[in-house]
Design a protein around this ligand. Structure first.
Ligand SMILES: CC(C)(COP(=O)(O)OP(=O)(O)OC[C@H]1O[C@@H](n2cnc3c(N)ncnc32)[C@H](O)[C@@H]1OP(=O)(O)O)[C@@H](O)C(=O)NCCC(=O)NCCS
Length: 208
């Protein structure tokens, strides 16, 4: 595979949406995938619109973030890493209820440094899973975030009742450690679920 890894540009929004759609929990469930397989392969809970005037969308997040990366093969987007500092995130015009909840949790309850980067979504096309693509994208994301002065990267991954096994394993392999869990409401079932909080500290060149 000849893969290009670069920062996302606004024109990438439809390709990013296509990857998110490919890995969306609700889309995979409609296709008949069992919970067991979904847990093994991983899933996205909150895909956004590609671009939109009035709903949360990838285009707005690309335009405002310095930490939104993609992998492309032959001009086609095959994977993405959507991340931003909390400071940037709270300025988005369109936020989901999950976004508002996590900003409240990390900034108000944890008193987290607003310059930490929150890695909100990572996904690779099913056809390109387990090829090391996300590991490559995430390495570039960490390097760039460390250079920009972000002290840590944070992400959250579903642990129960449906554990995201692929994402948990990938995050651990890429240097994240699970430091806490919290209860969230599943947007589809309306039931409680347990989400793990993963942290990876970032060292700038002068700190290494
Ligand atoms: C999570 C995800 C992004 C990982 O991407 P990937 O490109 O397949 O991962 P990599 O090839 O870089 O794998 C890195 C390591 O993660 C672990 N891993 C990845 N997928 C795994 C799986 N299904 N089961 C167990 N371990 C897995 C392995 O240790 C792997 O290294 P190895 O293949 O050398 O053993 C991908 O599974 C995905 O898109 N899932 C759907 C969306 C999702 O769950 N996103 C996270 C929530 S926002």
């Amino acid at each position: 595979m000849n893969i290009e890894i670069r920062r996302a540009i606004p024109e990438d929004a439809p390709g990013i949406w296509a990857v998110a759609h490919n890995r969306s929990k609700s889309v995979r469930k409609k296709a008949g995938v069992s919970d067991e397989d979904l847990s093994r392969e991983g899933f996205l809970l909150y895909p956004l619109a590609a671009s939109s005037e009035n709903e949360p969308n990838y285009r707005e997040r690309i335009e405002h973030s310095d930490h939104f990366w993609i992998a492309a093969e032959g001009g086609r987007i095959i994977a993405f890493n959507m991340a931003y500092t909390f400071e940037t995130m709270r300025k988005f015009a369109h936020l989901t209820s999950n976004d508002l909840n996590l900003l409240d949790y990390f900034l108000d309850r944890w008193s987290c440094e607003p310059g930490c980067v929150y890695q909100q979504q990572v996904a690779v096309l099913l056809s390109h899973a387990r090829c090391g693509v996300i590991t490559q994208v995430v390495e570039r994301f960490f390097e760039n975030a460390a250079r920009s002065g972000a002290p840590a990267a944070i992400c959250e991954i579903a642990q129960a009742p449906l554990k995201n096994i692929a994402s948990t394993a990938s995050a651990l392999k890429n240097g994240f450690r699970m430091v806490a869990t919290r209860i969230k409401i599943d947007p589809i079932s309306g039931k409680d679920r347990i989400s793990g909080t993963f942290v990876r500290t970032l060292l700038s060149d002068s700190q290494k």
